[in-house]
Ligand binder design. Structure first.
Ligand code: PLP
Length: 393
């Protein structure tokens, strides 16, 4: 039985697998079983921010000599070190990290902490958004999840984009009732094709949350660790969230790990027996990966962020000049890039054609495609990918 057949028979999936059998990765490329190299403009969807095969991270992982596993109840120095590192680099007063296995769990912890802290159980989020696939995370995600899970999902008000002054007024009105535990959103919404909220919206939302005792939760699972040209996209809005969710780029793909970092005050509300537990949350190998990845990012921070902004300009210039068959709305923040068409199928058609021509990225629905290349990409590689895209549009 070949891999495609075995996968079809034994691997549970939402949709059939794309017929791309990945056997290796290197820099900006994924390598398939037939030896073909694919230029990767998806990078695991905001995971591989520093590229695949980073020598420093791989060396640290190869040399790891610590315990195979540590039970969450014990002390383990690398946990304290990673948590301290996160507290130093995240904005505002975020200081205590809860140990998760990935983004969904990081969001779950955030929702639990918000309920625990405020003694409220209603939420606000952005319509159409995505925060993971647990029952809690789906409750604050797009309304269509309710079609499948009905009453299992808890109540959450959804604010419809655009995120402007009118939307801010809606949030203020809802918050004034005084019964909302938290507002959760991505500061730049990658899951809505890189939707960028207006500064006025974010300013008023933050102010209203403070006024009415609602926690502000920034989900930086996708935007974190340099993706938008700042270490965290919250920095663009000078946000001081009460809770921040992190995953994906936290390890750069070299391990599986999530974190929910919160203020000391909110973390105090989680100090009761069994408030949260995750057997594999911050597994030692994943912690090693996260620490090495973040250290690499910090050591090269100026260079990487400068490159991200320089390449942002190059991508936007090239995309604006492309002769798309339908009018395109190009949204870009750093190297988070979304291109949306009015035509319902065009983005999916382009994505498919590009894959056959050796360039990988993904669609959101079938009318938007997103590009998330490495933050370390050079102009020659960016040009090679954009040339393929140009030929396929
Ligand atoms: C913004 C955001 N939050 C949460 C998640 C869930 O993360 P994970 O897939 O690691 O559970 C995702 C995943 O795409 C995401 O983009």
């Amino acid at each position: 039985m070949n891999t495609a057949h075995k996968d079809k028979r034994y691997v549970g999936r939402d949709l059939p697998a794309m017929l791309l059998n990945i056997t290796g990765s290197e820099g900006n490329y994924l390598i398939a079983a037939d030896g073909k190299r694919y230029l990767d403009f998806m990078m695991g969807w905001c995971v591989g921010n520093i590229g695949w095969g980073n020598k420093e991270v791989k060396k640290r992982l190869r040399n790891y000599k610590g315990p195979d596993y540590v039970n969450p109840g014990y002390l383990y120095a690398p946990w304290a070190e990673l948590a301290e590192l996160l507290s130093k680099i995240t904005p505002g007063k975020l200081s205590k990290s809860f140990r998760a296995t990935g983004g969904t769990e990081a969001v779950e912890i955030a929702l639990q902490a918000a309920m625990s802290h405020t003694k409220r159980h209603k939420f606000i989020s952005i319509e159409g958004s995505y925060h993971g696939h647990s029952i809690g995370a789906m409750s604050v995600g797009a309304s269509y999840f309710r079609d499948w899970y009905k009453n299992l999902l808890f109540h959450c008000h959804k604010i419809k984009p655009p995120l402007d002054a009118e939307a801010a007024a809606k949030v203020e009105k809802l918050l004034a009732k005084g019964d909302i535990a938290a507002l959760i959103m991505e500061p730049v919404i990658c899951n809505l094709g890189v939707l960028i909220p207006e500064k006025e919206f974010m300013r008023r939302v933050q102010q209203a949350c403070k006024k009415y005792g609602t926690l502000l939760v920034m989900d930086e699972v996708a935007t974190g660790f340099g993706r938008t040209g700042k270490l965290f996209a919250s920095e663009y809005y000078k946000l001081q969230p009460d809770i921040m969710c992190l995953a994906k780029g936290i390890t750069g793909g070299y391990g599986g790990l999530g974190a929910t970092i919160m203020t000391e005050k909110v973390a105090k509300s989680m100090e009761f027996d069994f408030s949260f537990y995750s057997t594999f949350g911050w597994h030692p190998l994943a912690v090693e990966a996260a620490t090495a990845n973040i250290k690499f990012l910090l050591k090269n921070k100026n260079k990487i962020l400068r490159n991200t902004l320089r390449m942002e300009k190059y991508f936007v210039d090239r995309l604006k000049k492309m002769h798309f068959r339908y009018p395109a709305e190009i949204r870009i923040k750093g190297l988070a890039i979304g291109v949306e068409f009015k035509d319902p199928n065009y983005a999916a058609e382009i994505t498919e054609k590009c894959m056959h021509s050796g360039l990988l990225f993904s669609t959101l629905g079938s009318n938007t495609f997103t590009l998330f290349p490495t933050l370390t990409i050079d102009k020659k590689t960016a040009k090679a990918g954009l040339d393929i895209l140009e030929k396929c549009v």
